[in-house]
Design a protein around this ligand. Sequence first.
Ligand code: NDP
Ligand code: HSE
Length: 438
Amino acid sequence: MIEYRNLRVALLGAGSVGSQVASLLLEHRDELANRVGAGLDLVGVAVRDMDAARDADIPKELLTTDAESLILGSDIVVELIGGLEPARTHILNAINSGADVITANKALLATHGPELFEAAGQVGAQLYYEAAVGGAIPIIRPLRDSLAGDRVQRILGIVNGTTNFILDLMDREGESLEQALKTAQDLGYAEADPTADVEGYDAAQKAAILASLAFHSTVPLESVYREGITGITHEQVVKARRAGFVIKLLAICERLTGPEGQDGVSVRVHPALIPDAHPLAAVHGANNAVFLEAEAAGNLMFYGAGAGGIETASAVLGDVVSAARRHVAGGPGVAESAHANLPVLPIDAVTTRYQITLAVLDRPGVLATIATEFSEHGVSVEAVEQHAAEVRPGAASTATLVIGTHEATESSLAATVAALKASDVVSSVESVLRVEGL
Ligand code: NDP
Ligand code: HSE
């Protein structure tokens, strides 16, 4: 029996995600009303171009270019425009006019999250953003609610579908990075400017959001260390596979102790080798997955579609229902908390394993010289593999050395690599990859 008044839902944006949200809200109206205990009236859909083609049918009379008027008097505002402005201003206006807000805007949250949460907290509004990380995958709510009594130690996430799709095609179909990116763009996975995907900016935004929530701390986007996948070659992918690894672009968020013994966190995005038996190695195509280690819960993995209009709309609708239920039940929204206030430590403080591939002169004593460089910089070698010498007419013959290390700090590894580059016996440092998930 539904007795509560109908709630007014305003939608800002009717692109890939917004058009599907509109369609689901209209199509599942009765079912949603029963789940909420109140009807959800879609009162309008703000767009830029009234005549643009839409992925789903939206009654023409709902469309408007006047987002500001639409926001006023709404109970729930769903922001699916993307980008920083006017999305930020619309969200602040919605909060200040008494509405709850749902957004999927990772760029905005990673850049202006604290300002938006503060504004929501001051008036007791809800600001939900399940779709901002991992598309359809429930990960924000599990971190905020289900794991609120636990202590998250580490997150390893594949949070960008485009780069996972590219690396997977390079691995399984032998495509080049450029070919694979073109296919990802044709399939609609990539951002409008795919630099955001391939250079790791999109994953860095998502890492900042995950780390803020997991560690109850403010993680500014600028503090996230970022490397993309543009330096990854097909040859590296093939060699990794032969050695029992796959290369993935990982978002890594972990608790760390800094060089002076201080508690902190590391938040970083970079390509890494992971063993092919690790659950993340089996994440193919444009799928996303978040592998999480918590003190009491142990290892958990969240997996599914990381992008796509209808898939992402599912997460947005879940937030709409949650916000609407709170309206019916009453009470303020869940406040975000940065009470732990852990500092984000620089990449130099991170300790991990590495795999370094070197082209070296193929002559006696070379291995010993190289081993000395590692030990002088405090990096312990775990394994060395030498591949057949390459003989070029008129040139000294070279061999390829693949060196795996034990855990070492980024700073000692960087110093080792610099010394190797300067060494007479090293022709070139072909690649340096971090190894995660061992
Ligand atoms: P689109 O670019 O497909 O759609 C954007 C929509 O916003 C369009 O309908 C556009 O109108 C409208 N719009 C743009 N500027 C304005 C404005 N000034 N006033 C009113 N409307 C405006 O974006 P997506 O649907 O792909 O993404 C929406 C959000 O969801 C983004 O924050 C994105 O990061 C996030 N997201 C997207 C995923 C995906 O798979 N696509 C996955 C996870 C998150 P018009 O159509 O008239 O041009
Ligand atoms: N371009 C993003 C990706 C879309 O490839 O994951 C989803 O956020």
